[in-house]
Write a protein of this length. Structure first.
Length: 326
């Protein structure tokens, strides 16, 4: 069967800053890449415009689509968390002539993408004592802070999306309390996402540097990360603070759901700060708990290096939908 004869599918991973889109063919429940592109969300008015720009006038019209979107799913409708966009599956089906459209939370899609990871795509930070049928928990900073929970074998998953990134931040020591108080004075309430995100890196840099609110930083999270990797002192301290908060949040999530199958740190920020996360003191912090240290020591901790995890998960789902139709 040639690629032309194979069913075509569209998959997308739409975040608060950028979208990754994939066009592929499917044979025997396996997807094959025909074209993949990353598009900034800011240059388009909505998901429909993103898809239109990606498909263009090339004549490629996939029959099935799966879109992983950063937001809470209600039926086949998603209101995005960090963009003023709404996505409706039925509207997309009618506009583009898809036979089937599946909308899924972006972190739920990442869970489905775990089955696609190779050895280069994942780093073991703590081996623990993994239960292959146990609960898995994903947590990943980006434009916001995403979370998801799943259990069962990777080829037969039950996935529970989450908005846990918007839960309140709980400081653990005097420095974190001072950080929380400074943000409370500015924002009135402090979520975990306000610290574990791109803008969170900027807030931590401002705090470490002792800068008052409103003073321009002159650099964004990407520049701070680059400065930290180059050894600049304030940026390094800010990224170390970020890594501590991320590992602590991962441990709290691991305890909340007893993630015997492992806790996975995901997303582009994680891939870029691996030198910090691999440091022994941060791994030790994961299991540092006065009552539950032994439990946390048995929970595996992983860092996912593959930034296409969500897109691959959406492609997995699209491929299954296409095979169901043929």
């Amino acid at each position: 069967m040639s690629d032309i004869e194979k069913p075509l599918v569209l998959a997308a991973d739409v975040g608060g800053t950028r979208a990754r889109l994939f066009l592929g063919s499917v044979h025997a429940n396996v997807w094959h890449v025909l074209r993949c592109e990353e598009i900034p969300c800011a240059v388009h008015a909505g998901v429909e415009a993103l898809i239109e720009a990606f498909l263009g006038e090339c004549g490629e019209r996939p029959g099935v689509a799966c879109l992983a979107v950063a937001g809470a799913l209600e039926g086949q409708h998603i209101r995005m968390t960090n963009l003023p966009w709404e996505v409706d599956g039925e509207c997309l089906r009618e506009r583009f002539g898809f036979s089937r459209v599946c909308l899924i939370n972006d972190f739920a899609a990442q869970v489905h993408g775990l089955a696609c990871l190779d050895k280069e795509g994942i780093l073991v930070l703590q081996p623990g004592d993994p239960d292959t049928q146990g609960v898995r928990a994903l947590i990943g900073p980006g434009t916001g802070l995403g979370m998801a929970v799943s259990f069962g074998a990777l080829d037969h998953l039950l996935v529970l999306p989450s908005q846990g990134g918007l839960a309140d931040f709980a400081p653990r020591d005097a420095r974190e309390l001072a950080l929380c108080e400074s943000l409370l004075a500015e924002y009135g309430r402090v979520s975990i996402e306000m610290l574990l995100s791109g803008h969170g890196i900027e807030r931590l840099y401002r705090f470490v540097a002792g800068l008052p609110p409103g003073v321009p930083l002159g650099k964004d999270a990407g520049a701070i990360g680059a400065d930290a990797l180059a050894g600049e002192a304030i940026a390094t301290e800010a990224l170390q603070f970020f890594a501590r908060l991320l590992v602590a949040a991962a441990a709290n999530l691991g305890l909340t759901v007893l993630a015997r199958g492992g806790v996975y740190l995901t997303g582009g920020i994680v891939a870029r700060i691996l030198p910090f996360l691999r440091a022994p003191e941060f791994v030790d912090l994961f299991r540092e708990h006065p009552l539950m240290g032994a439990v946390l020591a048995r929970i595996p901790l992983y860092a996912v290096c593959d930034e296409l995890l969500g897109l691959k998960g959406a492609a997995q789902i699209a491929a299954r939908l296409a095979c169901d139709e043929n």
